[in-house]
Design a protein around this ligand. Structure first.
Ligand SMILES: [Zn+2]
Length: 308
């Protein structure tokens, strides 16, 4: 009798920690998305990061432990098919019971088309060349949409809405975190715009065409890219084009990336008189978490300024 009462008492003591197990298990694909989810979940729980930020998402193989994490997930936030086409079927199988949110498809997201040639058009297309437009639409969506803070702002709303739906008990926290994060995002955007002022006229080339969102938002423009937006190995003709264009335009800066190793870039850099600076568009040099997104964007801008 006495033992039973003690047992019941002990059980009641345990209840609060059992309740915590109700916190949704949330997974984000890449570190910038993980950061936005962490901001929204602040005070409720911590999301997990699927892909290490030091790896290129264009080409990654999941580990068995990743499969287990996906099986236990309540929600998965991912950029989408355009960034990680290999992940779609895996999510459908392993995370079949989870809410799967492709942020590229979130309402209000600005998406841009893949660019094709090694050397980009001087001005954005005016859309009068129907044939050209057709060809572009076959290439699909450029997936690097997180590099536009206005998209990140939209995604904060989408993440808060989804989490509030699956975890209504904490909806008030998700909403207030969203309001706070969006305020912060507005300040960040203003600051970065000011900081990039001296870089507006610069001519530079990037290792892979992953910066169009950044370029469009902040008014800087790459002359071209060695690889196209899916980071596939470039053809010899493409490499020839970009080398020629770099010479003609007297490009002074070549942006490489910490996630992509390129012997090709090293050879181009050694033959031309350009400065090479590594960009970190995924935050691979940062600690994953709520603060990563702002730091990633600030570091992008610092890298730009140091090269130009
Ligand atoms: Zn990329």
């Amino acid at each position: 009798m006495r033992t039973t009462r003690i047992a019941v008492f002990a059980l009641t003591l345990w209840l609060p920690s059992f309740a915590r197990a109700d916190t949704p298990q949330v997974i984000a694909d890449i570190a910038p998305v993980h950061s936005l989810v962490a901001q929204i979940m602040d005070g409720v729980g911590t999301p997990e990061l699927l892909l290490p930020a030091t790896a290129s998402p264009h080409d990654y193989a999941l580990r068995p432990s990743d499969a287990r994490r996906l099986q236990n997930a309540d929600a998965v936030f991912w950029v989408g098919d355009a960034l990680t086409p290999w992940l779609k079927a895996t999510l459908e199988t392993l995370a079949a019971d989870a809410e799967r949110v492709s942020l590229l498809e979130a309402e209000g997201t600005l998406t841009l088309e893949f660019r094709e040639g090694a050397v980009f058009a001087e001005e954005p297309s005016d859309g009068t060349d129907a044939h050209d437009h057709d060809r572009h639409s076959h290439l699909g969506t450029d997936p690097h949409a997180w590099l536009d803070p206005l998209n990140a702002r939209v995604w904060l709303s989408a993440i808060a809405a989804e989490l509030s739906r699956i975890d209504p008990d904490n909806a008030a926290i998700y909403q207030s975190n969203m309001v706070e994060s969006q305020k912060q995002m507005d300040l960040l955007l203003d600051q970065l715009n000011q900081d990039l002022e001296p870089a507006r006229a610069a001519r530079f080339v990037v290792l892979h065409d992953g910066y169009r969102y950044f370029e469009d938002r902040f008014g800087v423009r790459a002359l071209g890219a060695i690889s196209q937006s899916d980071a596939a190995a470039p053809s010899a003709a493409r490499v020839k084009d970009i080398r020629q264009a770099m010479e003609d335009a007297e490009v002074s800066c070549l942006f490489t990336e910490i996630q992509l190793n390129s012997p090709l870039l090293t050879s181009i850099a050694s033959e031309t008189d350009v400065k090479v600076v590594a960009l970190d568009p995924l935050g691979g040099q940062l600690v994953p978490g709520g603060e990563l997104y702002d730091k990633l964007m600030e570091n992008m801008v610092k890298s730009f300024l140091s090269c130009l």
